[in-house]
Design a protein around this ligand. Structure first.
Ligand code: IMP
Length: 188
């Protein structure tokens, strides 16, 4: 099977170049999977994927976890079609699973301002889980304004707009198997 891994990609009229390769992503995910195996031994955690962006990361991460575990999904409104956060969060799909007394691991694609994560954390905590931790593929510490503690971070990145591996630009680009960033050299 061949994954979609171009060196550059045109998405909604903008050129993006490779930023984090498939190999780098998979290496970090394997490491985090091993860490979760060790941290949750005997606990049967439930992964809560935040749709849409986390679906590819979650699918790969879960396949590196070998302890018994479950999955459910929470869906939030996203950026819309822009490259900057709208500053508003709306719940589009609630959890189906009962998480009272469960060990919850929230799985995000990216923590940017932290607004979405603080909103989800509040909702999850109200349901009375035994514990809650956060795992994110990407974190932009320079952009984070809300108080969120992230337990597992695959990559910390500067405040840049990125695309691929589940992350979109106006709903496109999620199918890229690597992470891309705007290629500014094309503007010069
Ligand atoms: P936050 O609420 O500002 O932390 O933003 C979280 C959501 O914004 C993520 O789950 C993504 O859907 C979206 N997002 C933030 N940064 C980017 C980016 O660089 N590329 C694509 N989507 C992003």
């Amino acid at each position: 099977m061949s994954f979609y891994t171009p060196d550059t990609v045109l998405c909604n009229g903008e050129t993006f170049k490779l930023y984090i390769s498939k190999e780098q992503i998979q290496t970090r995910i394997a490491e985090i999977g091993m860490q979760i195996d060790a941290d949750y031994e005997g606990k049967k955690p439930i992964f809560i994927g935040v749709l849409n962006g986390s679906f590819i990361f979650l699918a790969d991460l879960m396949r590196h976890v070998s302890i018994p575990c479950e999955v459910d999904f929470f869906k939030l409104s996203s950026y819309g079609d822009e490259k900057v956060s709208s500053g508003k969060v709306t719940k589009l799909k609630d959890l189906d699973a009962q998480i009272k007394g469960r060990h919850v691991i929230i799985v995000e694609d990216i923590v940017d301002t932290g607004l979405s994560m603080s909103y989800i954390m509040k909702q999850i905590k109200e349901a009375g889980p035994a514990s809650v931790r956060i795992v994110t593929l990407l974190h932009k510490p320079g952009a984070t304004k809300y108080d969120v503690t992230i337990d597992y971070i695959a990559f910390e990145i500067p405040t840049l707009f990125v695309l691929g591996y589940g992350l979109d630009y106006a709903q496109e680009g999620r199918n890229l198997a690597q992470i891309y960033v705007i290629d500014d050299s094309k503007d010069e």
